[in-house]
Structure formats: C-alpha cells, structure tokens
Design a protein. Sequence first.
Length: 424
Amino acid sequence: MGEIKVPELAESITEGTISEWLKKVGDKIERGEYIAELETDKVNVEITAEESGVITEFLKEPGDTVHVGEVIARLDESGEGGGESTSSAPEAKEEATQEKAPEAEAPKESTTAVATKEVPKEEAKSTSRTIASPAARKLARERGIKLDDVKTTDPMGRVRKHDIESHENKPAAKQQSASQPQKQVQPQDPQKPEERIKMTRRRQTIANRLVEVQQTAAMLTTFNEIDMTAVMALRKRRKDNFFEQHDVRLGFMSFFTKAVVAALRKFPLLNAEIQGNELVLKKYYDIGVAVSTDDGLVVPVVRDADRKTFSDIEGDILDKAKKARDNKLTLKDLQGGTFTITNGGVFGSLLSTPILNGPQVGILGMHKIQLRPVAIDEERSENRPMMYIALSYDHRIVDGKEAVSFLATIKDLLEDPETLLLEG
C-alpha cells in the first residue's frame, strides 16, 4: 500500500490547506499526475502522485490543514483498488474511516474504498461514536453541537452536514436535553440576514502581515501630484508602433517602474530594509507590482527592473497579473522584492495611504487620473489630467526630506518622460 504525502514546499512554508481533491477514491492515477490542490500562505500548489496505482483512501478533506510530510491519501500500487467510486472526496474519506464505528449494511449499488464489515443496525446504534460525515463532524465542533443530539434522515443513520444545519435552526430549548443547562442562543433577525464565510488561508496571512507591519514600522505617508499630460501624449503617439514591434501594449506601469528605479538610485535608503540593528542597502531593483485577485492582493516581482526595457516590463507585468488571477504564481514570483508599486487608480481611488509590504521600507501608490483645473501662470488656468501619488515609508530609516525628494523626482521624470524613453 503506497502513501501520498504533502511534499516539501519552500523553506518558509510548513503547512497548507487542502483546497480541492482533483481525483476520486477508486480512480487510477499515473506517477506525476495531479491529485490535489493545496492552498498555502502565498501560492496554490498542486500535489502529484509519486507512484502509479489506484486511490483507496483520502485521509483529509477540503478545508483541512496539513503539514509537510503528512500522509493525506493511500494508494494501491498493485492497481487493483476497490473499484470506481462515484462519491466525492469527503464522502470517500468518510467511508475509509468508518472502521472505528460499525456501519449498517450499505445499498448494493454502492461501493466503498476499503473493505467494511456489515453490522446489524441495533449494534451500530449501541456504539458510543455516532456515525457522521467528516464535514458534519467539523461543523458540529465549530458550532458546539453534540452529534448524539442530532436527528438524521439518512436511512443508514449517518449524520450529514445538512442535518447539523437543520438541528441548529431548531428552537434552542429543543436542542438541549433535560439534564443539560439551557444555553442562551441569540436568534437571528430574519430582517437582518447574515452570512459567515471562513477566511482563506491567504486572506488570513495578508491580514496578519498588514497588522504586523503597522505594529513594527514607523509608517508615514507623503503626497504629491503629477500632470500626466506629457506621458499621455507620448503614449498616444507611440502606442501603435510599440504594439507592432513588441506585441504588448504600452501602459502607464512601465513609465512608473522606470521612474521609481531612477528615484531609488538617488535615494537608496528607500531600497533597503532593517535587519536587527543593521541597514541592508540593496544594489539591485526588484520591483513588486500589486495585483488584485479574488483571494486578496498579491505582489509579484519584476526582477532587475533597471535592466529591462519598457516592453520587457510591460510583458512581465502582464504575464504575472494573468498568473495571479489564474492562481499560477510560484513562490519565486513573489519573493525578494525591494520596493512596491500599487495602483488603486484602476478601481477609481483618488487618494489613499498604502501600507508597507514588509520588510520593504517604501511603497508608491498611484491613483486615478482626473481632469482638474491647474494654474499655468498668474493669468491662465487649464484643465489637465492630474494624478495624486502617495509614498508610504518607514520613518525609522527614511527621513521626511528624502521621502518628499523621492516623490518630487518621480514627478519631474513623469512630467518629462522623454528622458525615461532615452534611458530605457
């Protein structure tokens, strides 16, 4: 009998959550074939089978936390298995783990992943362990419900998830036995419906990291604004030829990335981090670009941005944004950034104070381009496409003068973008 274990993931990742089983009990799989998807703090990874065979048992269900090296499924390497199973992964696991509690006879058309022993219903009822699906047991633990108190409509007497939910919706008095103290249950107002959704592992990690940064860094934000007239005019003139030559569109992110690299060269403390009582000044420019996904914000990294052309940067950002939305980012895509750019303007944000992406000490926030009246001289005003930019920085090592000068450099470069094109 073979085993499928959680593989080594990365030095900083020791556990994950089973997101989805890609196979069923009874399926025949080949060596190297994907069997499950694992959600970690940073990326989703697919677990593969190290040997060929037939899946006989799932030891974990979607939502369970598993650790590196832990056995999560069993495999019959002889290839015989227990026949095809039409049950889902959680239900298959339920069948495989019922040796602790005798089962009533199953209908003839149903097949199980492992051999089971037929026991009269009377004997099954006398067991001290109520037969229940893993999902039902998990929900009962979360809601503080005793499985013995739950009535089920299953002909085999098995408690399922919907039985727990139905039991919970009954009046509190009927849920308590006469010998138990009454619990005070706050009834839900039908006029004010609520829904509880468990946070994904990644969302929890993002939340924890954001709170940690605010508690450990002396974060401050300074602002400026950019007249985007010149960038927009240059982009309009060159975008068609740019696309024909490079097969990628010329966007604003390449301009901002180039400007950030030039400004970081002038103000190297913004391309640093604190390690103990030392400052680590980084002589390379790996720029993180924040990308929004359904599971939260992720920050893939554009490596060696100082050596890349405009087309290289645009292509890199496009590729990583697609991978982020498809949950295909690797740990390498996310690790080691030295500075971050985030663009809230794509969602219509006019102004914000971005939170640092620790251990980095600087993050630049872009915002919506909006026509506003701007004074040209003492007598004239014009409507110009203006963008507010914000720099959040760690005041422990970056002084206000450097931060303000950094933003002023960004502004000057983008209001005269020809110099950036000549360099890139």
